[in-house]
Design a protein around this ligand. Structure first.
Ligand code: ATP
Ligand code: MG
Ligand code: MG
Ligand code: MG
Length: 438
């Protein structure tokens, strides 16, 4: 992709209306454009990053055996009346009437809709467990939409639902998601810590929020610092192994403010390990038993002929919020560099040829390098403008491809000038560049 042909409307300076880094930068680099309060259009650069995050989330859901569906954004109100949440949900729910006067709503979450799908087709314990997810826009009429897409009103969420025959099986499903979340955030190069959380309007008794530390986060957390060292690499998708993993985390005090108890914190955590700070909630998992299956009549036949309500859990990841969360965690202030992990970077590499009005040979070289990269499935962005070197570098640092090739000064035979944003450059062969990126 040539910069001159791309739709990346970069601003010279940080927009003053934005209060936090990720919001400023997403506007500045033209990743999003506000349409109304808390509602955004996603421009190519932002959309590419979000889609890559979405794909990683999807792959990790599939790995634990969850199946993808797609439910609509607009839901009928009657199922919410059945569960009893139509009134409870309050002003965060956007209520709409269609031309027949039927009450509809823009889904803020999908427990009711998925339970309705489940009850209409699954009748026997033999079909369980079922792990179902979708990745879809949600709407919540937040009192204070702010920080750009971090607290939007319309936002993109992965939400999954588990259906099991017993509490014991349901906890197994819960633990599968627990692991898949750790793996997902790890692939995004984030350290997200599972913290005991309140279940709020979803109801139920077991719940963890996955939080990444950030001064600009809106969640208050209290933790034993040693929880950051817990490792999940050897965990298998198997009942005991998963249970052990959760125990390893739960050994350390780690809670959000709703669950915080000063005395407990001070009793359980020695002073040097106490961490009380702020974080961003990027995921949240709940176990709530038969809260919805009972009120909505979702039961299955058990062996022996009896019937019972299925045991359910729900599992959310804020896919659009993660775009901002990664910027908050990774942005390098000193070099004004996005520092996207390669797994979600909008481009793998930027090529920066030094072009003047009468000498276009560097651009030709760039095109040849790009052909090689394309053969190797590496996506490059090429600055084909005749701006000066330092403004080209600045722009590419902001766009944030994790590698750069500079074509200007004389290099050794068959070598290219290669660097990571903010680092010194080195001269290496193109095949080695490809090896580093892959
Ligand atoms: P918050 O505490 O930030 O309001 P929540 O607890 O209401 O979030 P959940 O119902 O647990 O959110 O939804 C699952 C995930 O969806 C959250 O962990 C978060 O990552 C994301 N999310 C929730 N609300 C928003 C929002 N307004 N904008 C962007 N992402 C959101
Ligand atoms: Mg909320
Ligand atoms: Mg919350
Ligand atoms: Mg939550």
């Amino acid at each position: 992709m040539y910069i001159s042909k791309s739709f990346i409307p970069i601003l010279k300076n940080n927009p003053s209306e934005a209060k936090i880094k990720s919001h400023q930068l997403m506007l500045r680099v033209g990743m999003i454009k506000q349409s109304s309060a808390g509602i955004y259009s996603w421009l190519p650069l932002g959309f590419k990053v979000m889609k890559k995050i979405e794909q990683i989330v999807r792959e990790e859901q599939n790995k634990i055996g969850a199946q993808e569906i797609l439910m609509p954004t607009i839901q009928p109100s009657d199922i919410w009346k059945e569960s009893g949440r139509y009134d409870d949900y309050g002003d965060e729910m956007l209520r709409i009437k269609d031309r027949q006067g039927r009450e509809m709503l823009y889904g803020p979450t999908n427990e009711e809709l998925v339970t309705d799908i489940f009850r209409s087709s699954v009748k026997s314990y033999k079909s369980l467990p079922q792990l179902i997810y979708h990745i879809q826009w949600k709407f919540r009429d937040e009192v204070r939409p702010r920080f750009g897409i971090m607290r939007g009103r319309e936002f993109y969420m992965k939400d999954a639902y588990s259906f099991d025959v017993s509490d014991d099986d349901a906890i197994y499903s819960y633990n599968k998601f627990f692991l898949s979340y750790l793996r997902t955030f790890k692939r995004l190069k984030l350290t997200a810590i599972p913290m005991a959380a309140d279940t709020g309007p979803i109801g139920g008794n077991l719940s963890h929020e996955f939080i990444i530390l950030a001064g600009t986060g809106e969640s208050k957390i209290f933790a034993d610092e040693r929880i950051f060292k817990v490792n999940s690499d050897d965990t298998k998708i198997e009942k005991n192994s998963l249970e052990e993993l959760r125990k390893k985390f739960e050994k350390f005090y780690a809670v959000t403010d709703e669950k915080f108890n000063k005395k407990e914190f001070e009793d359980k955590v020695t002073e040097e390990n106490r961490l009380s700070t702020k974080g961003i909630e990027v995921g949240h998992i709940f176990y709530f038993g038969d809260k919805y299956s009972k009120s909505m009549g979702a039961s299955v036949d058990l062996p022996g002929g009896k019937k019972d309500f299925v045991k359910m859990g729900s599992y959310g990841i804020g896919v659009s919020r993660l775009v901002g969360a990664i910027i908050e965690a990774k942005y390098d202030d000193q070099n004004e560099t996005m520092n996207w992990p390669i797994s979600v970077a909008p481009y793998d590499i930027s090529i920066i040829p030094m072009i003047s009005k009468n000498d276009k040979s560097a651009l030709e070289k760039a095109n040849n390098i790009n052909k090689e990269l394309i053969k190797n499935n590496i996506e490059a962005i090429i600055d084909d403008t005749d701006e000066n070197f330092s403004s080209k570098i600045k722009k590419m640092n902001l766009i944030g491809a994790p590698f750069q090739i500079i074509i200007g000064k004389q290099t050794g035979d068959g070598l290219v000038e290669f660097k990571r944003p903010g680092d010194e450059s080195l001269e290496i062969k193109l095949v080695d560049v490809i090896k580093i990126i892959k």
